[in-house]
Design a protein around this ligand. Structure first.
Ligand SMILES: [Zn+2]
Length: 351
């Protein structure tokens, strides 16, 4: 509309034989000024867009980029509540007085709409997972955002003779993770406190907890327990993991100096990523695709939740020192990278 008016003015000047004038000397046509200072802000799972008013405007139309969805308002705010989460948006606003429409505003700064849960999975940041055979407490601690959809579980120790993951967990728990992070990170220092107290691989009843989980349990396995899920540590972990429904799980062991995963695509991705971040040897192909131990926590978790599962085998005690800080940083980095991933493999496109 502006250009039509301008062309008409220039044309009349040409007809009158006057010299052409620069556009900025032409009197501006009476149009509505564009709205200014457009900003977006997340509240719950909605995005609230606000702006400075344009003189003479009676209503405004906001459009979201990408998605193209629009929102109309007679005030200077508008709420989008059906935008896909886990995407970045910017917004432009036009004003109208019922007759003319302003130019679009400058786009707002980009804002990332994060998926959020309606309620925390656990109401507190410290949860009693349960008790060991000898009555020791197994605790889980949360860092990060209790409403975040992305949930990483990191288990420092399952075998009491493998202490490196305890040190990794202590470092992770000291990492400054903001309460408004895009993820929640749950750490269990040890799920075998009786074994840890004696420096013994097995629990107090002599059972290898990583052979005791149901689903793939076998009576023929060495120290697999008298039945699937016969051990209290196994059962309390099953109950906790069922309720937490982690997006991903890291389980620390020693001393193989490599990474292992169950045989699925997402685990295959994160097992390579964990190896790179910690500096461990990568398996030549997705591990455990051909053969695996029966009764492992990894296979039970993969079968009973949507979680990927990576077993991190750190170096033997004498050589593990330099890996500890790297592994701790890797735990936090994996959580951050999971939260950034908006791909369909995460199964979390919208909420
Ligand atoms: Zn182990």
């Amino acid at each position: 509309m502006k250009s039509v008016v301008l062309t008409g003015v220039l044309l009349s000047m040409v007809v009158a034989g006057a010299a052409p004038v620069a556009a900025d000397e032409v009197p501006a046509p009476a149009v509505l000024p564009a709205p200014t200072n457009v900003t977006g802000m997340q509240s719950g799972t909605s995005l609230i867009v606000s702006w400075e008013p344009s003189a003479g405007a009676t209503s405004y139309t906001v459009s979201a980029d990408p998605s193209g969805q629009t929102c109309t308002s007679a005030t200077t705010t508008c709420v989008f509540d059906a935008l896909p989460a886990r995407a970045r948006y910017s917004f432009t606003v036009t004003a109208t007085d019922g007759v003319t429409v302003s130019d679009p505003s400058s786009p707002s700064p980009t804002i990332r709409l994060r998926a959020l849960l309606a309620e925390p999975i656990f109401p507190t940041a410290k949860v009693l997972v349960g008790r060991s055979a000898q009555g020791r407490k197994i605790w889980a601690l949360r860092q990060g955002n209790p409403l975040a959809v992305t949930v990483l579980l990191s288990v420092g120790q399952m075998h009491g003779s493998e202490p490196a993951g305890l040190r990794v967990t202590d470092r992770v728990r000291n990492a400054p993770i903001p309460d408004d992070a895009d993820y929640q990170l749950w750490t269990i220092r040890t799920m075998n406190p009786d074994g840890a107290a004696r420096g013994d691989r097995y629990n107090a009843r002599g059972v290898d907890l990583n052979r005791n989980f149901p689903g793939t349990w076998s009576a023929r396995q060495y120290r697999s327990g008298r039945a699937a899920g016969s051990e209290p540590e196994t059962r309390v972990m099953m109950r906790f993991i069922q309720r937490l429904q982690p997006t991903g799980t890291l389980s620390f062991h020693q001393p193989w100096n490599t990474v292992l995963s169950v045989c699925d695509q997402r685990s295959a991705f994160w097992v390579r990523r964990a190896a790179v971040l910690i500096g461990l040897k990568q398996p030549g192909r997705p591990s455990n695709c051909g053969s695996w131990y029966p009764g492992t926590m990894s296979r039970w978790t993969a079968r009973n939740t949507g979680s990927w599962f990576v077993t991190v085998e750190l170096a033997p005690n004498g050589r593990v020192g330099p890996q500890i800080p790297r592994a701790a940083r890797a735990v936090v980095k994996v959580a951050e990278e999971m939260a950034e991933d908006s791909g369909p493999a995460m199964g979390l496109g919208t909420n």
